[in-house]
Design a protein around this ligand. Structure first.
Ligand SMILES: Cc1cc2nc3c(=O)[nH]c(=O)nc-3n(C[C@H](O)[C@H](O)[C@H](O)COP(=O)(O)OP(=O)(O)OC[C@H]3O[C@@H](n4cnc5c(N)ncnc54)[C@H](O)[C@@H]3O)c2cc1C
Length: 552
């Protein structure tokens, strides 16, 4: 009988916990280490959605999907950055990962009806949902001693609600009944990323895999060409942990200024991930000769600075609220510069545009401008203000556009002209400058009561007072790191596997290039390559599938 392998997993986000479960279920002893004092990483802070094309729940939701369509979709958005074999690995293993977790752990998924892919009009894209999955709420009581050891999300003030419960997750928005919320409170249920991590963590605990927290991995030990140990700093000292394989699931490098300066394609000043993601895994992999890939990219996200008493991190994500009618984004020239309703990852590129004459970034700084009509209809969703409630005092406001421009230090005449042009386009029902409101994404993320047409995203700015919030270039995390093969085995600079070393999640060279396929587009590849890493490290690789398995 072959000796049981010992696999060490570093990091307790979605990628790490999935890797731990997969390695255990393939027969390995698993040890799991986490740098922070609480577990779950950014995944626990997230919406907890996962984007898995061709998953087994789609058919039940009435969506036809296929391996070919999913690969075509990803490759159509590659711009030379996505390697076909890695896209294929993701598409082939995704449904297997979902099935494995649903069959063998407390993890459950459900489809969100009609939630479109982020670039649904590309070949193989889906306008009718199915690929974006959500995790139902989970009772944290089931975690026993671990109930209070999952990092709470600063971004979702009511942990009982998932995206599924909000207008974004529903074809016909319906609030969750009070009795259901009360039931969730009684059961100590948490939703979104909390539910995903809670379920994965329960799956680990059921297998006897207990994370060790305050345990920061710092160095990989290589002997005879293979990684056979990792050095970990514990509260009471540093120890070498021997093993047969190490899986890096330590998140991105978005909290390390020098790594960001060295690699990212443009400014990214406001990460919204957990602050322990400082590129430790990247540095460990570089020290043992890993080839790097996709280093310029991040999961981009426009962000606003907010008072810490409103959101403890001092920032908030500006995602769906940009898509609503009656707001636009302008740069310091007072001009619109992009489709404000585009998905957050795509918009990141607009922050990196350069004005070559001025030798400066053309769209930084920039502002989201909205009017009283927006406040009446949608409130101030940056900090969850209800419709009609005036935005807090820190939000800039003025009775006229010229006065607002003056306050922001931008050209008032230009802002007036921009808004006049925008209002005329809205009246004509078409944004001829940036095609806002045309894509299925824009129509879904805009006003839920006007879905199915450009009106979900188009609306005039014509009711004083006018408001402005400055937007910053942020990210959910970086997505470059050690390159891997299809089973998440890290490659060296000569393209050979580094025996015993794996990477999954934001620490790895993302197989997604610059793309964000749909809601759940970042956690999904992390969990899929975590699954592949765990299985391969334990000696039971998933890939390659044969032709029959690919089409099963
Ligand atoms: C508000 C919000 C909503 C989001 N919603 C979604 C969504 O619905 N769907 C989606 O796909 N994406 C979403 N994202 C993005 C997503 O959360 C991340 O991209 C993803 O969770 C990253 O997963 P990961 O496993 O790679 O890293 P993480 O979940 O960040 O986990 C990495 C872990 O590694 C630990 N670590 C770091 N260094 C070391 C070390 N040296 N030793 C040991 N441990 C270490 C960290 O402390 C951390 O716990 C959202 C993000 C935010 C902020």
């Amino acid at each position: 009988m072959p000796r049981k392998r010992t696999v060490t997993v570093l990091g307790t986000g979605g990628s790490g916990l999935t890797a731990a479960i997969a390695a255990h279920d393939a027969g390995a002893n698993v040890q799991l280490f986490e740098k922070a004092d609480l577990v779950g990483g950014t995944t626990a802070w997230s919406g907890g959605m996962v984007w898995i094309p061709n998953n087994h729940l789609e058919a039940a939701a009435g969506v036809a999907d296929s391996r070919d369509e999913a690969i075509t979709y990803l490759m159509s958005m590659s711009h030379g950055l996505i390697e076909q074999h890695m896209a294929e690995a993701f598409v082939d293993a995704g449904p297997l990962m979902v099935r494995h977790l649903c069959d063998h752990t407390p993890v459950e998924f459900r489809t969100i009806a009609d939630f479109p892919d982020y670039h649904a009009e590309f070949p193989g894209g889906k306008t009718g949902g199915g690929r974006s999955l959500d995790t139902p709420p989970f009772s944290f009581e089931a975690l026993g001693d671990w109930e209070h050891r999952v990092t709470p999300s600063p971004y979702y003030p009511d942990p009982r609600l998932s995206i599924y419960d909000t207008p974004l997750g529903q074809a016909l928005p319906t609030p969750v009944p009070e009795e259901e919320l009360a039931r969730r409170s009684r059961n100590r249920e948490r939703a979104s990323g909390q539910a995903l991590i809670g379920r994965l963590l329960r799956g680990c605990l059921d297998r006897g895999i207990e994370p060790q927290t305050n345990a920061r991995a710092t160095e990989l030990i290589v002997r005879s060409g293979r990684v056979h140990a990792v050095v970990i700093e514990f509260a009471d000292g540093t120890r070498q942990i021997d093993c047969d394989a190490v899986i890096l699931a330590t998140g991105g490098f978005e909290w390390d200024e020098s790594l960001k300066r060295a690699f990212l394609r443009g400014p990214m000043t406001h990460p919204v991930s957990i602050e322990t993601n400082t590129g430790d895994g990247l540095k460990m992999a570089m020290r043992v000769g890993a080839m790097l890939g996709n280093m310029r990219e991040a999961w981009w996200m426009p962000v606003a600075e907010v008072p810490r008493e409103e959101v403890s991190t001092g920032v908030n994500l500006i995602a769906g609220i940009r898509s609503l009618p009656r707001c636009i984004m302008v740069n310091r020239s007072g001009k619109r510069f992009t489709n404000e309703s585009a998905n957050y990852n795509a918009i990141g590129a607009a922050f990196h545009d350069q004005d070559v004459s001025a030798f400066d970034y053309a769209n930084l700084p920039c502002w989201m401008i909205f009017d009283q009509g927006y406040v009446e209809r949608y409130g101030f969703p940056v900090t969850s203000g209800a419709p009609g409630v005036p935005p807090p005092q820190w939000v800039a406001r003025a009775p006229t556009l010229a006065a607002l421009a003056d306050r922001l230090g931008i050209d008032g005449a230009a802002l007036d002209a921009t808004v006049a042009r925008w209002n005329a386009q809205v009246a004509a029902g078409r944004d001829t400058d940036f095609r806002r409101g045309e894509a299925a994404h824009d129509q879904w993320w805009g006003d839920a009561m006007q879905r199915g047409g450009p009106g979900a995203a188009l609306g005039p700015l014509d009711e004083a007072p006018f408001f402005a919030v400055e937007l910053k270039s942020g990210a959910l995390g970086t997505k470059g790191g050690p390159k891997t093969d299809i089973n998440a085995n890290v490659l060296n600079v000569d393209g050979e596997p580094i025996v015993g070393l794996y990477a999954a999640g934001n620490v790895m060279a993302s197989p997604m290039g610059m793309t964000y396929g749909g809601a759940g587009g970042t956690i999904a590849p992390g969990m899929v390559f975590g699954f592949l890493a765990g299985r391969h490290a334990a000696g039971k690789p998933v890939l390659p599938l044969d032709a029959a398995e690919q089409n099963a």
